[in-house]
Design a protein around this ligand. Structure first.
Ligand SMILES: [Zn+2]
Length: 492
């Protein structure tokens, strides 16, 4: 056996090696584990010229994996830091065994480089696992892995497709500051007693080719904070969030949400912009109360999100969704104005907002505007009817019947108001009720007064103050009616 007179100078390594190994590494200060492996000694990429040296590449690879087996695995020395992993002769598989392999001690892959495809399959990590600052040059797959004490991928680089399937473990899947440049799938993290409960991508960078999909996961926390996002798409597919879905300080070019469940959790969106979004099987407005308010500074923040969603759907030509979010935005605006009002601010703004809401639900509901036109029409017709004079006397006006009618109308409006939720049927009955009251009092079965009151083209001469008021209100309502119809029928 030849003398081991060379020593590896790589950090965390002082392996001694002999001349035979030097022949393979070509460097006196780098052992077989830490020496550079051009193209990962990958044989399937070799062209004709390099094919000559394939035998050599083959033997280097074999020697590397023999050393790993002999010196690392057998001795349970799981320090793989700075190791440069080459292509593995049997399909680029690192540890792919039928029975699960158990790492009983801490495992350290910090700053390792995987030059070729790597599959981690069926492994139990009893203690902590460190994948910080690792570079995955080719595809990587983690399948049926049990991280008993969590796993950290902080600052790692995923150049090609990465797949995380059916992982278990108590703790976090930490993807802080990672760089993703290809397809990236996390799937089937199912809740049981020892599930992964948190995934975070904080301060990560998604390059143009990145496509992030998180599929069928039951999580406490999913967090995308301060992402530098050039990703093609981010897909959240059948995700259940039990605590918080956090989207912060990031730009989402294309966000696709398919069946998100936050029944037990919250959505915390802050300072994000969304270019394009689609939501399937997810009624965001069911979760409106799930949006988190924080501090005085961000109190308009939910409205901003709603407005963003509205404009996203506007751009996508989805008018129904867009209107829905507009209504939600208005609901938030109302909360803001009400809290302003409590501080004695913006009274008129609040008043106009309220009138806009009551008259047409902020130009969303043309039936509501029509409803009010008819209600005001009847009321003003009655008033006009009472004001008819003969010899300077009101011939129809009796204070008791006026009060009676007035109370009947108020009662009808109030009834309608408190039962607002069930909507149109009751409103229809109110209108019929008003008609009956009106006809009882005026005997104007064919609504001659009524039509003259609501006709905007009626003549303007000899107007009383009541007439003017009536004209303004009816004109405002007709305007709201037209705007609301337009809002509901615009198409792209
Ligand atoms: Zn070394």
């Amino acid at each position: 056996m030849s003398e081991k007179k060379h020593e590896c100078k790589s950090p965390n390594c002082s392996r001694k090696f002999d001349d035979k190994e030097l022949e393979l590494t070509g460097k006196e200060d780098k052992c077989i584990l830490h020496c550079e492996k051009e193209k990962g000694w990958i044989d399937y990429l070799l062209d004709d010229i390099e094919r000559i040296s394939i035998k050599n590449a083959d033997s280097r690879g074999r020697y590397f994996w023999e050393i790993i087996e002999k010196e690392k695995i057998r001795n349970k020395d799981y320090d793989f830091s700075y190791v440069i992993f080459p292509y593995f002769i049997d399909g680029g598989i690192f540890f792919d065994k039928d029975a699960s392999y158990i790492f009983e001690k801490e495992v350290n892959f910090a700053k390792a480089i995987f030059m070729a495809n790597v599959n981690f399959v069926n492994i139990i990590f009893e203690k902590k696992v460190n994948f910080k600052n690792v570079v995955f040059v080719e595809k990587v797959r983690f399948d049926k892995i049990y991280f008993k004490s969590g796993v950290d991928f902080k600052h790692s680089v995923f150049q090609k497709k990465a797949e995380f399937n059916s992982l278990k473990g108590a703790g976090k899947l930490n993807f802080e500051e990672v760089i993703i440049n290809n397809k990236f799938h996390i799937m089937r993290l199912i809740k049981d007693n020892e599930n992964i409960f948190e995934i975070n991508f904080n301060d990560s960078e998604f390059f143009n080719n990145a496509y992030i999909e998180i599929y069928y996961c039951d999580l406490e926390v999913l967090s995308f904070r301060s992402i530098l996002n050039g990703a093609d798409k981010i897909v959240l597919n059948r995700i259940k969030i039990n605590k918080i879905l956090q989207l912060y300080d990031s730009n989402f070019n294309n966000l696709e949400v398919l069946g998100l469940d936050v029944t037990n959790g919250k959505c915390d969106f802050f300072n994000i912009s969304i270019e394009k979004a689609s939501f399937t099987n997810f009624q965001l407005d069911n979760y409106i109360d799930k949006f988190v308010y924080r501090g005085n500074d961000d109190r308009y923040y939910t409205r901003d999100i709603m407005r963003q969603f509205k404009s996203v759907f506007d751009r996508n030509g989805n008018i129904i969704e867009s209107n829905r979010f507009y209504a939600l935005e208005m609901k938030e605006r109302e909360k803001e104005l009400e809290s302003d009002l409590k501080k004695g601010k913006n009274f008129f703004e609040w008043l106009i907002f309220k009138i806009h809401g009551i008259s047409s639900n902020h130009s969303q509901d043309w039936l509501l505007a029509l409803f009010w036109i008819i209600v005001f029409g009847f009321c003003f017709s009655l008033i006009k009817f009472y004001m008819i004079t003969e010899n300077d006397k009101f011939i129809h006006f009796h204070i008791l019947s006026f009060l009676g009618i007035f109370l009947l109308i108020l009662y009808g409006v109030w009834l309608n108001f408190i039962s607002k939720k069930e909507g149109e049927i009751k409103s229809f009955f109110l209108l019929f009720y008003l008609y009956l009251v009106y006809v009882y009092e005026t005997k104007d079965i064919f609504l001659n007064y009524f039509t003259s009151v609501i006709n905007p083209f009626n003549k303007f001469s000899n107007m009383t103050l009541i007439d003017l008021l009536c004209k303004i209100i009816i004109a405002y309502l007709i305007y709201q009616l037209i705007i609301s119809i337009r809002q509901n029928t615009r198409r792209k």
